[in-house]
Design a protein around this ligand. Sequence first.
Ligand code: HEC
Length: 100
Amino acid sequence: MQKILWVMAVLALFVSTSSVAGDVAAGKAKSAQCAACHGAAGISPMGLYPNLAQQKEQYLAKQMNDFRSGTRNDPTMKAMASALTDADIANLAAYYASIK
Ligand code: HEC
């Protein structure tokens, strides 16, 4: 019995840590407001705006956090990132990283 409880505890831990990673579908839904500048599938129509598709998830999340905190300074992205929650950032990073 104790063994079963232990296995369940490990499984629960695994499920909860894996859900920390972003949700691709939620990120895609949220990305509508980014498409004007960064393109419909993260490929920017203009050189002024960086492509987001296929960049590393951790990198994208860090940039969004840095824009939000002001560590990376860009007025446009500061305004965009300020409206994002931690979950939004994780989801958006997962979505853009998932595009092939
Ligand atoms: C009004 C235009 C505009 C919108 C809308 C916009 N961005 Fe940006 N984004 C920019 C610009 C300009 C930069 C480049 C800033 C710089 O050079 O530091 C940028 C940079 C970024 C970067 C860094 C990319 C890199 O290669 O370092 C990320 C990540 C990003 N944007 C995510 C988003 C997300 C997610 C959204 C939607 C919530 C969004 N942006 C909406 C204009 C925009």
